[in-house]
Design a binder for this molecule. Structure first.
Ligand code: SAM
Ligand code: SF4
Ligand code: SF4
Length: 373
């Protein structure tokens, strides 16, 4: 299948200015411990996030506000996107070297045509000791009714669906394209009926959807769906983020605790970003992701691969490594593996920790629809 036939995004203007890239280190050690590459702070690389498209059918105000992502916005040309074969090649090498979790994201991953073919290939990957990888996808849910069966058949087991409100006016105010919350809820139920495990991501923005926190918690109590309330973050520059718009996770927990008695749950994996809480009455659990008020840089084990093959070592990075040129320049798997290992070995990113110290570098950051969350 050709790359063009795999991509359903409308035809695009070709980008004129090439995105800058960091030079790939050609020499130097590759640090490794217990089967995984280690960065300068000893953090293992266990988690790969792959953003498969920069295009999205929503214009969430905190991610792709319409003023900055207008109808004539220059998205990437199809030829600039990594092919599924190229993505798979990087993923295989990463899994051979300690990656156990892969998440597909975007933009909106379900607008990339035949995405289930990539899911099917990734679902077959095994860790060196023979375990299946933990493969998941984050989606806005708008195309899930159409795609859930194909994703399930391809071997996907877990989905995260973003849903910032149940109230229609608030939800449609967020996505800014008039897409109904009721349709996302319907798609979640459908995905669950197929046996997919579902988490829900809710970004909480002060003065906008705090009132939806308890409502979302209530909607999913007793269903097995785990909501995760995320602090509004300063990713990219398009959203004009302000600290005053952040609702600290402790306030979210307090709102829910005021309604139902809670107890904390121990993290299930060392690099887990969400703090987990469970209802004492056994109605399930929820999580909070406090990347602004309680950063988790010290255990950050994630790398992000963009749709055009740039590798980013931090969600708040401004520049990434150009893997695509290597891939298309005829590198061997061994050369690619060495390069990826060196890049991770040199990593010293800890943006949120520096932000908490008031020392975050002032710089232009990669936008969320590009880096994928
Ligand atoms: N389009 C898909 C979706 O919305 O689920 C996947 C990509 S989206 C960039 C990934 C996640 O990032 C979503 O759950 C979204 O709500 C979250 N997100 C986007 N901008 C954010 C911001 N400024 N702060 C916190 N989370 C954000
Ligand atoms: Fe699209 Fe997801 Fe960004 Fe919303 S958060 S604009 S759905 S990429
Ligand atoms: Fe990881 Fe960067 Fe987030 Fe820190 S700020 S947790 S290093 S992605």
């Amino acid at each position: 299948m050709t790359e063009a036939s795999r991509t359903s995004e409308p035809s695009r203007r070709v980008r004129i200015i090439a995105r800058p890239a960091l030079p790939i280190p050609q020499t130097g050690p590759v640090r490794r411990e217990a089967g995984a590459w280690r960065d300068r702070f000893g953090r293992p690389l266990t988690d790969l996030r792959i953003s498969v498209t920069d295009h999205c059918n929503f214009r969430c105000r905190y991610c792709m506000p319409k003023e900055k992502f207008a109808k004539n916005h220059q998205f990437l040309a199809m030829t600039e996107l990594l092919t599924f074969e190229e993505i798979l090649r990087v993923a295989k090498i990463a899994v051979r070297n300690g990656v156990e979790k892969i998440r597909l994201t975007g933009g909106e991953p379900l607008v990339r045509r035949s995405i289930e073919e990539l899911v099917a290939d990734l679902a077959l990957l095994r860790t060196p000791d023979g375990r299946p990888i933990d493969l998941a996808m984050t989606t806005n849910g708008s195309l899930l009714m159409k795609k859930a069966e194909a994703l399930k058949a391809a071997g996907l087991k877990r989905l995260t669906v973003s849903l910032d409100a149940i109230d229609e006016a608030i939800f449609q105010g967020f996505n800014d394209v008039g897409f109904p919350a009721a349709k996302v809820l319907e798609a979640i139920d459908f995905a669950r009926s197929l046996g997919l495990r579902v988490k829900v991501n809710t970004v909480v923005k002060k003065g906008v959807n705090e009132g939806e926190v308890v409502r979302i918690a209530e909607r999913f109590r007793g269903t097995g769906v785990v909501p995760r309330f995320i602090e509004y973050m300063d990713v990219g520059n398009a959203n004009d983020w302000r600290m005053a718009e952040v609702v600290p996770s402790r306030d979210v927990v307090a709102m829910i605790a005021a309604r139902w008695p809670l107890e904390p749950v121990a993290p299930s994996t060392p690099g887990e970003t969400a703090s987990r809480w469970r209802y004492r009455d056994g109605a399930g659990e929820f999580g909070v992701i406090s990347s602004v008020t309680e950063n988790f840089c010290r255990s950050c084990s994630r790398v992000r691969l963009s749709m055009e093959g740039r590798l980013y070592l931090c969600l708040f990075a401004s520049i990434g490594y150009d893997i695509r040129t290597m891939l298309r320049g005829g590198c061997t798997d061994g050369e690619l593996e060495e390069a990826l290992g060196r890049i991770w070995t040199e990593r010293e990113d800890r943006y949120s920790e520096l932000r908490a110290l008031g020392a975050a570098p002032e710089r232009s950051k990669v936008e969320m629809n590009y880096i994928g969350g």
